[in-house]
Design a protein around this ligand. Sequence first.
Ligand SMILES: [Zn+2]
Length: 126
Amino acid sequence: MRRSPLPTRVCVTCGRSFTWRKKWARDWDSVLHCSKACRSHPVRDRDRSIEKTVIDMLRGRGPSDSICLTDVARRIDPENWKSGLEPVRRAVRRLVDQERVVMMQGRRVVDPDRARGSFQIRLVRD
Ligand SMILES: [Zn+2]
């Protein structure tokens, strides 16, 4: 994997990493969002409560147990869980950035920037 020589940062909204661009040359230090879309959707109390739900669900299980993306979405809204998938994805990516959880696919830890489709979530082991 080739690493970009340009600085990168994790978006505070979607939890994906993004790379320095020339248009940010003057104010890179204050750039928190990867895109206009993320800038217009700041993290709200509801988003923080999704993060808390993920952690609470994991703490209720064994230390090496995992939960699935859809488990969380169903817990939050059993009827409209599909429309809740994207907010849960964002919350999990933010938790990965906080080094509280890892994303897994096929028993392997995956980079949140590269994971496609569904995934499992596990607490970071101490
Ligand atoms: Zn973003």
